[in-house]
Design a protein around this ligand. Structure first.
Ligand SMILES: Cc1cc2nc3c(=O)[nH]c(=O)nc-3n(C[C@H](O)[C@H](O)[C@H](O)COP(=O)(O)OP(=O)(O)OC[C@H]3O[C@@H](n4cnc5c(N)ncnc54)[C@H](O)[C@@H]3O)c2cc1C
Ligand code: SF4
Ligand code: SF4
Ligand code: SF4
Length: 404
């Protein structure tokens, strides 16, 4: 190849995660995002693109083709006292929740992430946070923005099991008058970390990164499927939430004349892998190894709780100090737990990491497909089990595509 590859190579080889960071890295404004195959996908304008002059900035910030997790986590958190093969280097692990019932009950898990952001804003440790809400103009599409108030933070609470792209956010952060914290999925944080390595101005504006654990995402067809099964016309939806009312909680759909509420366990499992983006099958970063703090659920006795509860992993000692202060100031509650308990509560993620991902990486490379590259040891391939899972999710993916 004469030119160094641009992100067109990533997209053409099915390795795009839709994170969005390439758009802001492009000096020629040649990238724009479109919805294609129910995903947010970058398109490169060949006329404006200066790849032939040696530019490949979009590819250098792109986490789709691979990430040096080991090198980067050592660079950021190398002095952390403990290391876990899945979590990476870390300072402490906790379980806990927001002390405000309304936040705890209506957030995805225990509302810790949102309430800790509110604490950081109140104490002027940050001036804004990049978060993601369902759009006011289209409640079935997401919109990321810089939240500067408690109301903004709470408008973005809860999980979005559909594509979220942070395109535009790097430029917004750079022109924002103050310090910003960025919240995203592990793949968003990886893209942002690659961006800050090349962009000093951006790096200086960012106070920290919060990740939410992630076992996989869903494309927009997943949303359509949920609505269709309940005879809801997407045009009628006034508001939508995947997780409200308690831990794990319920999906809530509000239309002009109906209000649907359905427990997470009842609708989520049925989504299976029908709408899973291909790139998630190769993901090894379920905890967000490059984030200062990562937040998730904890599906494990004695920690699980109906109102709402989180587990969290802290990698940066400064944020450990802020969390302790937030507890002293009675915003949140924290309790130390062993990392082994965090891992035990994430069975699905670890099954992916130990069985599905190693098989997918090896097998798809063997049949000539492009796969991402990592600098970390990957578990030994379990050929029989791996093949069974691979076949099952590939079939489900085909069924998902066939129906939509
Ligand atoms: C696709 C996906 C898969 C997940 N998989 C797991 C899992 O396997 N195991 C587990 O324990 N937890 C998982 N989580 C995380 C979990 O659902 C909660 O988000 C997390 O526990 C934080 O809860 P909270 O109550 O503290 O957050 P809240 O206070 O509700 O705040 C959540 C924050 O995350 C942001 N956010 C939500 N969805 C997205 C998104 N798609 N992209 C970027 N930002 C987003 C919101 O803007 C908000 O700021 C997943 C979340 C998502 C979106
Ligand atoms: S190669 Fe350079 S100019 Fe072309 S899309 Fe990528 S960043 Fe933009
Ligand atoms: S930077 Fe993100 S959105 Fe752009 S090509 Fe890479 S993975 Fe896709
Ligand atoms: S599984 Fe990995 S690649 Fe897929 S959405 Fe989650 S963090 Fe991103």
């Amino acid at each position: 190849m004469k030119n160094k590859p641009s992100i067109k190579w990533v997209v053409d080889n099915g390795l795009c995660l839709g994170c969005g960071v390439c758009e802001d890295a492009c000096p020629s404004h040649a990238i724009r995002f479109v919805e294609k195959h129910a995903l947010n996908v970058p398109q490169v304008d060949p006329v404006s693109c200066i790849n032939d002059k040696g530019c490949n900035l979009c590819s250098r910030v792109c986490p789709g083709h691979g990430v040096d997790f080991q090198a980067k986590s050592r660079q950021y958190f190398g002095t952390a006292p403990s290391v876990d093969p899945y979590i990476g280097p870390y300072v402490s692990c906790y379980t806990g929740w927001s002390n405000e019932h309304e936040i705890r009950y209506h957030s995805a898990s225990g509302g810790l992430l949102s309430h800790f952001l509110i604490y950081l804003l109140d104490k002027k440790i940050i001036d804004g946070a990049v978060v993601t809400r369902f759009s006011e103009s289209n409640p079935l599409r997401t919109q990321s923005f810089i939240a500067t108030t408690r109301d903004d933070i709470l408008a973005a609470k809860s999980s979005k099991y559909c594509p979220v792209s942070l395109n535009g956010m790097v430029r917004e952060v750079m022109s924002f008058p103050g310090k910003v914290l960025i919240v995203g999925l592990p793949c968003h944080i990886a893209g942002m970390r690659k961006t800050e390595a090349l962009n000093k101005k951006f790096r200086e504006k960012v106070v920290g990164y919060f990740a939410i654990y992630c076992s996989s995402n869903r494309n927009f067809n997943g949303l359509d499927f949920l609505l269709k099964k309940r005879n809801v016309d997407p045009k009628d939806v006034k508001s939508f939430s995947f997780r409200d009312d308690g831990c794990l909680g319920s999906m809530k759909i509000i239309t002009e004349d109906r209000a649907i509420s359905e427990p997470f366990v009842q609708y989520y499992g049925k989504l299976r892998s029908y709408f899973k983006p291909r790139r998630c099958s190769f993901c090894i970063d379920h905890y967000g190894m490059l984030a200062d703090v990562s937040f998730g659920d904890i599906h494990l006795a004695p920690y699980f709780n109906e109102i709402g509860v989180n587990s969290l992993v802290v990698r940066n000692p400064l944020f450990d100090k802020y969390l302790q202060q937030a507890q002293t100031d009675e915003y949140i509650l924290l309790q130390n737990i062993p990392s082994a308990d965090v891992n035990r509560s994430q069975k699905m993620m670890l099954k992916n990491r130990n069985i599905t991902v190693p098989f997918s990486l090896k097998f798809e490379r063997l049949i000539g497909r492009k796969v991402p590259k990592y600098d970390m040891p990957i578990s030994k391939v379990q050929w029989l089990k791996g093949a069974r899972y691979w076949f099952s999710y590939t079939l489900q993916g085909l069924i998902g595509r066939w129906f939509y």
